[in-house]
Ligand binder design. Structure first.
Ligand SMILES: [Zn+2]
Length: 142
């Protein structure tokens, strides 16, 4: 089957599509990074190529911790986007003060609790139209 952009639920991650492609490249290496503004030093989540605080467009990549805390979650059992198997746990994982909207990988959604620790587990999703690997941030309860 041909590539159908209209039903592709995942971002185009390559350098030709986004100047934030380093985020995905490092995620593929098992690292969670974000942008730190070169002007005022603030870190952002999600990563940003433009600082809303000081208007600088200069930034550096900084590593975030590999573990965070489940801040909120919801379990979706039906109506999942194409490419997702259910039930799927979507969670906000708090890491270093940032609230990271993510997928929680677990075989037992009923056991998920607010406040539990979760560890970065990058999730490989469908390849991009040119066959390049794509990754999303995901976490596993620990
Ligand atoms: Zn700034």
């Amino acid at each position: 089957m041909g590539y159908l952009r209209a039903v592709d639920p995942f971002p185009l991650e390559s350098g030709e599509h986004t100047k934030l492609h380093e985020f995905y490249a490092r995620l593929a290496e098992g690292r969670l990074v974000t942008t730190a503004c070169a002007g005022c030093g603030r870190t952002a989540w999600p990563p940003r190529g433009f600082c809303p605080e000081c208007s600088s467009d200069q930034f550096a990549w900084v590593d975030l911790p590999q573990e965070g805390t489940v801040h909120a979650f919801t379990i979706q059992e039906t109506g999942l986007p194409a490419g997702f198997d259910g039930p799927r746990v979507f969670a906000i994982v708090k890491i270093d003060g940032h609230r990271v909207f993510s997928i929680l990988l677990t075989r037992d959604p009923a056991a998920v609790r607010i406040g539990q620790r979760a560890r970065l587990t990058p999730l490989r999703v469908a390849d991009d139209p040119k066959g390049g690997a794509r990754w999303l941030p995901a976490f596993t309860p620990v």
